[in-house]
Ligand binder design. Structure first.
Ligand SMILES: Cc1cc2nc3c(=O)[nH]c(=O)nc-3n(C[C@H](O)[C@H](O)[C@H](O)COP(=O)(O)OP(=O)(O)OC[C@H]3O[C@@H](n4cnc5c(N)ncnc54)[C@H](O)[C@@H]3O)c2cc1C
Length: 411
């Protein structure tokens, strides 16, 4: 068992550890005592062991070295852990598209590991979505349907998923690197005390060790690192949308639906859902768009995006941007493509005045057709493009607009 204790003659009662504890497990109580230095203080920190996860955050925060933590080495019997789980993220009863992509990848890995691919569906009145997950490749769907799960809140969702993991022991758990997935996955990983690799762009398995090979860009995108979780189970990873391809929907597929019930009465929920406000600024969802017209620093200013918008509108596409254009304040962050923006995989990606640095390329290089428009023929984007057009975008883009209009019979 792990052990944690306050060394009373070192604790000054400063309270820094209280702020550092993500689980609200530390309080100060009145208890006058004398420190090693001879100084007398009035309060001492007390740790509630029912809430403490032995994460060590307080140990790092305490500059008086007044907290002693002895962590238990957790030994897993890997044989107890089986199957690949996909967290079936849904919002307002709409399953996130990345879920279907993860099921397809999970199925491929499950065939190699000779196990099942299972989805986990959490929410309120969402049971009817379970079949959809089976049609896209899940063998089993675990469902927790409860009014507490009506809106996504980290605390109850993390509690119930951590509980399910402890009960059923999956070998691998994959989640979408969505806004929800990113905050939620780390919380769950901490609760079940396992590792998490965020934003993977490649997944495979080592058949000998059954380790998940989790590949992601590292060091600012300059290298691809393959990360393992060799000593803990489940092995957890988040993956961005559009990295893998979903299987076609097959309504003849059959699978098992297992309903689970969780007692939420002891879960302390500190956050409150107030209102859902839909983003109406983007006309076409960037991540889903088949055509993206993207602009970079080469536009020279925000007005350049008006031109790109005109072309995108004509083509029924969305407008993307490089980080340089976003950082310059020419266009909102929601349009950014790349490592710290969105990953996209449209049928056509038109890059205007974007040099093609690695951090941009990781977000769009799986586009089917890439057209680069750049003054510099040596720019990396020009090298990877299907079609490279050398020249000034302010001459080339209006010509393309003219040609599309002529094709469509628009004056
Ligand atoms: C940790 C980290 C994360 C990052 N994440 C991202 C990310 O998510 N997305 C991203 O995009 N970047 C990201 N970056 C930044 C990235 O490294 C580049 O700085 C950025 O992509 C450059 O943007 P750009 O191509 O628009 O600008 P530049 O590199 O300056 O390129 C401008 C291009 O425009 C061309 N040009 C200029 N004028 C014209 C004209 N009139 N007509 C045609 N061509 C013209 C130039 O020849 C040049 O090739 C990240 C960087 C780091 C360190």
């Amino acid at each position: 068992m792990s052990r944690i204790e306050i060394i009373i003659n070192k604790c000054t009662g400063c309270g820094v550890c209280i702020k550092s504890c993500p689980y609200g497990a530390i309080t100060l109580v009145d208890s006058p005592h004398t420190l090693e230095s001879g100084r007398t203080v009035k309060q001492v920190a007390v740790i509630d062991l029912n809430k403490c996860t032995y994460c060590g955050a307080c140990v790092e925060a305490c500059r008086y070295k007044a907290i002693l933590l002895q962590k238990e080495e957790v030994y897993y019997d890997f044989k107890d852990y089986k199957n690949i789980w996909i967290y079936a993220e849904q919002r307002r009863s709409e399953i996130a598209p990345v879920v279907f992509e993860l099921i397809a990848k999970g199925k491929e890995l499950a065939e190699k590991l000779n196990c099942k691919v299972c989805s986990v569906l959490l929410g309120n009145k969402i049971k009817s979505l379970a079949n959809e997950l089976i049609y896209y490749g899940s063998d089993v769907v675990y469902v927790v349907d409860d009014p507490v799960l009506e809106e996504f809140l980290d605390e109850p969702y993390a509690e119930v998923l951590a509980w399910l993991i402890k009960e059923e022991k999956p070998e691998i758990l994959l989640m979408g690197a969505t806004n929800i997935g990113r905050s939620f996955a780390s919380r769950v990983a901490a609760k079940v005390r396992t590792g998490l690799t965020a934003d993977c762009t490649g997944l495979d398995v080592d058949l000998e060790t059954r380790n998940l090979l989790q590949t992601r860009p590292a060091f600012g995108g300059n290298i691809m690192a393959t990360i393992l979780t060799p000593k803990h189970r489940p092995q957890m990873a988040t993956v961005r949308h559009k990295v893998f391809k979903a299987l076609p929907k097959d309504t003849t597929r059959r699978g098992e639906i297992i309903e689970k019930h969780f007692d939420f009465s002891k879960v302390k929920i500190r956050t409150k859902f107030l209102e859902f406000i839909k983003d109406t600024t983007a006309k076409v969802n960037l991540a889903e768009a088949d055509i993206i017209v993207s602009g970079g620093r080469g536009l020279g200013g925000p007005e350049g995006f008006k031109l790109l918008e005109e072309l995108a509108d004509l083509l029924g596409g969305a407008v993307g941007a490089s980080r340089a254009a976003v950082d310059a304040g020419w266009i909102p962050y929601s349009h950014q493509v790349g490592q710290t923006g969105r990953t996209v995989a449209p049928k056509l990606y038109i890059a205007c005045g974007i040099s093609g640095q690695i951090q941009h390329l990781v977000g769009m290089s799986s586009s089917e057709v890439i057209v680069a428009i750049n003054k510099d023929p040596e720019a990396p984007m020009m090298k990877i493009a299907t079609y490279s057009i050398e020249g000034d975008l302010y001459e080339i883009v209006p010509e393309i607009i003219k040609a599309v209009k002529a094709y469509k019979g628009i004056n």
